[in-house]
Design a protein around this ligand. Structure first.
Ligand code: FAD
Length: 614
């Protein structure tokens, strides 16, 4: 049987193709149907939308809700909040656009059956913090997925999308995507008039704290493989803020969330000696970032910075003081339930380590870095803004369209817009879909042309690792190491090690500099060269291979952006040892990159940050 023996090629034509059925993808699918009643809307997902994406096991809070119906917050307030947390650099037009629409999406979730916690006195949603509301969210994802399923013409689960297709006639226009079914191996060719990428952020590009059998235990979902960056990068879409990787302070070993503990249970942190330590680092931090340290709330990265300094001073571990709050039975229940709805692993870790937070203050630690666009970070594609409020140089067509014609994005995919979280990602999916439908309607019969040759060439490329394995395994006499191919796990570990050591991971306490970054790029180039010889034993390993390819491209983008920005804008996320201070004079700007797939070259540039909210 040859390389493609027994495998079908499935052709699917769509008006709108949504790649990734997580929060943003479900929002995009739902809204596409609302505006495009007679359009063919297809959603393609590598897992199953019922339980896919970062929200898969549920959430306990919706972290982005204005509460405009009760006058709690206005969209402008949220822009100021995100701008402050990201040390001044956010796309205010995009953030404002999400904030003004997000409440309506949350109301839909409730209408669809999501149990919301209510304040018994006011009847309003129970607040956890200024922006967060509490939910019984174990079934959050299935509820949202049901709406998407009903809206879609077709949902294709278990298809790993590997590449976007480009129009044969127009060089900068998207024409669809290709991928393979991870269960049957069938090759899927999606031809579409508009594509919305919603394929989630990236974990496992930096070496995780948990290694060996525990390596699947990361904070960000281990299956988030950077596809939302790699797919647009491959076809030349401009990316922004890829250096703005995020480091989370979480409960040690289980990555259990701390938000409800800080905000709702009013717990606080101490060093190993039982002392308050944040104030101790005030002058030190001020010397690095100036007046940003006086902002309220203190930006997330600066709180990490204080922890890292205190640990380096030898006064660890940092602990969350839970013993006081847990004396209150109600708070104790909330504390445990907080994990049961979304990070049950943390409860298991505590049980296994004899930690009862009523009697022992649990340790906190900082995570390895992740790349995403929807949390307290804003990596992603450079997108056109809303017609009514985006400055002229942020607008080149349709809302949320990237610099590639017909290619849209939402959620982790879109850069410059931190703090959208689950609800904001869903809302942004809806925003992108509305614009994509308009694009399709206005293009009319002007349909992109897919090249038969490109489709066949990609098929060869995608399945080649199976052939490499089939042939190369004959050279193995024992074990798994072959002179002829690289297995996905070997490539992944090589990537994680080099990103960790050269691009500012946990081993160097998030420190890097231009020499390290340049060496990192050299090692990445060698890894990429070796990856033309990937070997995949089966379809599962073939998926791992393509996830690795996407992670490597996302990693290269992160490295180039980190090298380009010659300052330390977010101490606590990473440090440029050769430029330790924040430099507003030269770097109060966005960083943009564009990858040329023909030459393999990256072009870097700066873009202005426009402040449209006072
Ligand atoms: C641990 C954790 C806790 C969080 N807690 C909260 C919280 O309490 N409250 C809150 O509001 N938000 C929270 N968030 C944030 C929220 O989950 C994200 O903001 C949101 O899920 C981002 O939406 P997305 O659609 O961009 O990505 P996702 O929801 O991750 O969806 C991406 C989808 O793309 C699919 N996909 C990926 N690659 C491919 C490919 N190549 N081909 C096909 N499909 C692909 C994935 O399988 C997935 O279904 C949390 C996130 C994490 C990781």
């Amino acid at each position: 049987m040859g390389l493609f023996g027994g495998r079908k090629t499935v052709f699917v034509d769509a008006d709108i193709l949504v790649i990734g059925g997580g929060m943003a993808g479900c929002g995009a699918t739902y809204e596409s149907r609302y505006w495009g009643r007679d359009l063919k809307i297809v959603c393609v997902e590598k897992a199953n939308i019922e339980r896919s994406g970062a929200v898969a096991q549920g959430l306990y809070a919706i972290n982005c809700y204005m509460g405009m119906q009760w006058g709690e917050n206005q969209p402008e307030d949220h822009v100021r909040y995100a701008r402050n947390d990201l040390m001044g650099l956010v796309r205010e037009d995009l953030g404002y656009d999400i904030a003004r629409h997000v409440d309506a999406s949350v109301h839909l979730f409730e209408e669809w059956g999501l149990p919301m916690m209510k304040d018994p006195k006011t009847g309003r949603y129970q607040r956890e913090g200024k922006w967060q509301i509490m939910i019984h969210g174990e079934s959050y994802k299935p509820i949202v997925a049901e709406a998407a399923r009903k809206a879609a013409t077709e949902v294709y689960n278990r298809i790993m999308v590997t590449h976007l297709l480009m129009d044969e006639a127009k060089p900068n226009r998207v024409a669809g995507a290709v991928g393979f079914n991870v269960r049957t191996g069938d090759y899927h060719v999606f031809r579409a008039k508009a594509v919305i990428v919603c394929a989630g952020g990236a974990s496992h590009i930096f070496k995780p704290r948990a290694v060996g059998e525990g390596m699947g235990r990361t904070w960000y979902a281990p299956w988030s493989s950077g596809s939302c960056y790699a797919l647009p990068i491959q076809v030349g879409a401009k990316m922004t803020q890829m250096e703005n990787r995020i480091v989370l302070t979480r409960f040690k070993d289980g990555y259990g969330p701390v938000g409800a503990y800080f905000l709702h249970l009013k717990t606080y942190t101490q060093n190993g000696l039982g002392e308050e330590y944040e104030k101790r680092w005030y002058e030190d931090t001020k010397a690095l970032v100036g007046e940003y340290v006086d902002h309220h709330p203190v930006p997330t990265c600066l709180r990490n910075h204080a922890i890292l300094k205190e640990l380096a001073a030898g006064r660890g571990p940092i602990r969350m003081v839970t013993k006081e709050a847990f004396q209150d039975p109600h708070k104790e229940t909330v504390g445990w339930e907080n994990f049961l709805g979304m990070t049950i692993g943390q409860a298991v870790v505590w049980a296994s380590q004899n930690i009862d937070p009523k009697h022992i203050n649990p340790e906190l630690t900082t995570s390895e870095p992740y790349v995403m666009g929807s949390h307290a970070t804003c990596s992603g594609a450079w997108a056109s803004g809303p017609e009514d409020c985006a400055p002229a140089d942020y607008q080149w067509g349709y809302n949320r369209m990237m610099t590639v014609d017909g290619l849209f994005g939402a959620g982790d995919t879109i850069g410059g817009t931190a703090h959208k979280f689950s609800s904001g990602s869903f809302a942004e999916g809806r925003i992108a879909a509305k614009a994509a439908v308009k694009y399709v309607m206005e293009k009319g019969r002007d349909q992109p042309q897919v090249s038969e040759k490109e489709v066949r060439d990609l098929q060869q490329t995608i399945y080649q690792p199976l052939e490499n394995y089939r042939v190369g395994r004959n050279e193995i006499v024992a074990g798994t190491v072959s002179p002829s191919y690289l297995l996905p796990i070997q490539g992944l570990q090589r990537l994680e090690k080099l990103m960790d050591e050269y691009v500012g991971g946990i081993s160097t306490n998030y420190m890097t500099n231009s020499q390290l970054l340049n060496r990192g790029l050299e090692l990445l180039a060698m890894l990429k060269e070796d990856m033309s010889s990937m070997g995949a034993e089966d379809l599962h390993q073939l998926q791992r291979t393509w996830e690795l390819q996407h992670r490597v491209l996302a990693s290269e983008s992160v490295t180039r952006h980190t090298l380009f920005r010659q300052e330390t804008r977010w101490p606590g996320y990473y440090y440029r040892g050769d430029h330790m201070k924040l430099d507003d004079e030269n770097w109060h700007c966005f960083t943009l990159s564009r990858y040329d797939r023909k030459t393999g070259e990256w072009a870097m540039e700066k873009a202005p940050v426009h402040h449209i909210i006072d």
